[in-house]
Design a binder for this molecule. Structure first.
Ligand code: DAH
Length: 339
């Protein structure tokens, strides 16, 4: 027993730990409950009574030594890793440049849309995301209990009076017209919310940009030419655009705007629902009663408006097949848009 203890003592004193693995090996061998020292303690009961005292003391000393050495080895290893790191730092090297992030594709597209319209005289206006019933529905000619309100599944925050997350940026039209007389030429980008199931084509949070032009003698021709100009600037001069008759409570006549699918080029894909056309906006001539609601003289003035989906434009521009990618924050996806 004493011999064995002496042997272990030497081993402990000579032990060096150059890394964490070796330190762990030391711990298992000399400190843990299954260590060689613990083994010796368990043999203590077989030692003849007259030698027990001596053997017990030797084992206790050995145990203390093992602990002290363990502490020492930990400190040594700590010091060593610190000085090594210090050794490797070459202060004459130029600093590693920070990786510069990239703008989100929706930000890039939003800025481009704004640029295109700013060049033809539109300014930018913004409104709140939490709106009352008047701005989101009533002033836009959605009568109470009218089924058109169900076209947009609304997230309500409060009932009676109704306060909701805006379902479209058309609410900003009202905000602008209440505060300004024509001529108005404004673009309102922003986030909108609808209670919809998330899929490759739909999300409950998305982005729109609203356009509004009110002045004397504004006609449907102005609407068509303005959006045709936009499509060519954004997608190139070969883009095809079509106006499809539609219905919105706040415009008359109304049209949905489709552009030729740039993902499948007419072959058919899930984004264009195999039609070769993708809807990018709703539009129309501002209904005179909307102008009246905002105290704008609907005899003197006419206007057009449109509401465009920023995600839709980005998907076509960058050939993105799944809307969900915009919100997943996968840097491998996001890094591609550094232009
Ligand atoms: N607000 C409509 C929507 O979100 C889109 C829209 C249609 C906006 C026609 C307009 C418009 O300004 O004139 O579905």
């Amino acid at each position: 027993m004493l011999e064995k203890a002496e042997h272990l003592k030497q081993k402990i004193n000579n032990f060096q730990a150059a890394n964490k693995d070796e330190l762990e090996r030391y711990r298992v061998n000399f400190i843990s409950r299954k260590s060689q020292i613990a083994d010796l303690f368990s043999q203590l009961k077989e030692v003849p009574a007259d030698q027990k005292k001596l053997a017990g003391k030797a084992l206790n000393d050995l145990k203390n030594l093992a602990q002290e050495r363990f502490q020492y080895l930990i400190e040594q290893l700590d010091e060593e890793t610190q000085t090594h790191e210090g050794d490797h730092a070459d202060l004459t090297l130029p600093p590693v440049p920070d990786k510069i992030g990239t703008a989100h594709p929706l930000t890039i597209i939003r800025r481009r849309i704004i640029q295109i319209f700013e060049r033809i005289g539109f300014n930018v206006s913004e409104g709140p995301e939490i709106v009352d019933d008047w701005h989101n529905f009533t002033a836009l000619n959605f009568p109470e209990n009218h089924p058109a309100r169900e076209m947009q599944d609304t997230f309500f925050i409060e009932k009676d009076p109704d306060i909701a997350l805006r379902t479209h940026t058309s609410s900003v039209q009202i905000q602008v017209m209440e505060n300004q007389q024509p001529p108005i030429r404004t673009l309102s980008p922003g986030r909108v919310y609808r209670n919809e199931a998330i899929s490759a084509r739909a999300h409950c949070i998305f982005h729109q940009v609203e356009g509004l032009y009110v002045d004397e003698n504004v006609s449907f021709v102005d609407l068509k030419q303005t959006l045709f100009h936009f499509a060519r600037e954004m997608f190139g001069k070969d883009i095809k655009i079509r106006f499809r008759p539609s219905y919105f409570p706040f415009t008359e006549p109304s049209a949905e705007i489709d552009i030729s699918c740039l993902i499948c080029h007419g072959k058919g894909c899930n984004i264009c629902k195999y039609t070769g056309w993708v809807e990018i906006a709703g539009s129309g001539m501002v209904d005179p009663s909307v102008l009246d609601n905002c105290n704008i003289d609907s005899v003197k003035y006419t206007g057009f408006a449109f509401g465009m989906g920023i995600e839709r434009v980005a998907m076509l521009k960058y050939q993105i097949k799944d809307l969900r990618l915009f919100t997943e924050n996968d840097v491998r996806f996001l890094r591609q848009f550094n232009f």
